[in-house]
Design a protein around this ligand. Structure first.
Ligand code: PLP
Length: 395
């Protein structure tokens, strides 16, 4: 028996659910890539991306996913043999560091855990010990989409300044830009990366990089530069160079619509909506929490991300069995566990095009699965989410 029918609901952390308006914005012919319309479209997108990153620096759009944006960021500012310090808190910064190593940098990991945020104190100590300034760049993910942690990138920026360390501060905002606060210039971030398919509600295929003044200065001497990613080439007067070739016209139509939707709702409302729906999700999980069942992967409540929640399931319960039930019986697709915690976790994304029925429906389906599969859990999780929203969202 199944009650899944019609549209499946995708609750995975990327690609996320795309609004119908974004999908239909692509349903038109391409335009002349040498036309003024194309130039205007590009300029409007770059301006809006810089506004989202909150930088007066430059933004770049690549035909790439987040992995491509990582490589773009690294190749433009680093030289062979430069040391990069990777702040571990899950999977993504570590993978960015692996890319840096394969490209010719020397990587050092500031050890962390998959259950908590980067230790700002440990970072400051490490930087103070690096008196010869061998470390040239610091890599961190604002939200690690595997562990579900939200790192305090503002406090990390403060620690770098407190240690008076000149390393470039590089932040992966792939799973957070447009969902939770980000203030690149104010927080002392030199390079930020993002991608189209998470909070920005656009099909996969666009990677974004923002560069501040110190990064643009480092770019002049960077020896890892390669033609496709190179900022100098993209800064040319020729519009064609802005994409290193043919513009991804339809993805840009989609992105334009998505950024317009964010502007129409108002960024403050967008951030608040994410906060409320994430809190509602956490209220549900807290009510379900059981030593032989469900729990939070991130132990400190204020380190949990407002864009994705990573949930543990005690042995012998199999997260994939729960995910299969939710998908096949109820039409909700939950995120699989990743990396070190792939066998005992699953994930709920609540980023981008997410509203109350999507979030509450997902929770209600998970509660249905917990009952149907006889996984021990506290009662009233969905009810707790409802009560929270009823209290916070006034008539
Ligand atoms: C998804 C994600 C990436 C990788 O992006 P892809 O588009 O899959 O290459 C990088 N960092 C974070 C934090 C992510 O969530």
């Amino acid at each position: 028996m199944s009650v899944a029918s019609g549209r499946m609901f995708l609750a995975i952390p990327g690609p996320t659910t795309m609004p119908d308006q974004v999908l239909s914005a692509m349903h038109r012919p391409a335009i002349d890539i040498y036309s003024q319309e194309m130039v205007d479209l590009t300029n409007s997108l770059l301006d809006d991306l810089s506004r989202l990153f909150a930088t007066t620096g430059r933004s770049y759009i690549y035909i790439a996913n987040g992995h491509g944006a990582w490589e773009a960021a690294l190749s433009n500012v680093l030289s062979r043999g430069d040391r990069v310090l990777v702040l571990e808190s899950g999977r993504f910064a570590a993978k960015w560091g692996v890319a840096a190593g394969l490209m010719g940098a020397e990587t050092e990991i500031l050890p962390g855990s998959w259950q908590s945020a980067v230790s700002v104190e440990a970072l400051e100590m490490r930087l103070r010990a690096d008196s010869s300034h061998r470390i040239k760049a610091i890599l961190v993910a604002q939200v690690d989409t595997a562990s579900g942690v939200c790192n305090d990138v503002e406090a990390i920026g403060r620690a770098i300044r407190a240690a008076q360390h000149p390393a470039l501060y590089m932040v992966d905002a792939v799973a957070s830009l447009g969902c939770i606060p980000f203030a690149m210039d104010e927080w002392g971030i030199d390079v930020a990366v993002a991608a189209s398919q998470k909070g920005l509600m656009t099909p996969p295929g666009l990677g974004f990089v923002a560069a501040g003044g110190r990064a643009l200065a480092a770019h002049h001497n960077a020896s890892l530069r390669t033609p496709y990613w190179d900022w100098s080439d993209r800064d040319s007067d020729q519009h064609y160079n802005k994409y290193g070739g043919t513009a991804p016209v339809h993805l840009l139509f989609a992105l334009r619509r998505a950024l317009d939707m964010i502007a129409e709702e108002g960024i403050d409302n967008v951030l608040r909506r994410h906060r409320l729906l994430a809190q509602a999700t956490r209220h549900a999980i807290a009510a379900w929490a059981h030593k032989d069942g469900i729990g939070f992967n991130i132990k400190e409540p204020d380190q949990r991300s407002d864009t994705v929640t990573t949930i543990t399931l005690a042995a012998p319960h199999d997260p994939n069995r729960l995910r299969d039930y939710c998908r096949d019986r109820c039409g909700v697709i939950l995120g699989t566990g990743l990396g070190d915690i792939q066998h005992n976790t699953f994930r709920i994304a609540h980023m981008g095009h997410i509203n109350a029925p999507m979030a509450l429906g997902t929770l209600a389906v998970i509660e249905t699965a917990l009952k149907a599969l006889k996984i021990p859990h506290g009662t009233g999780g969905t009810e707790a989410a409802i009560s929270y929203l009823a209290e916070m969202v006034h008539a």
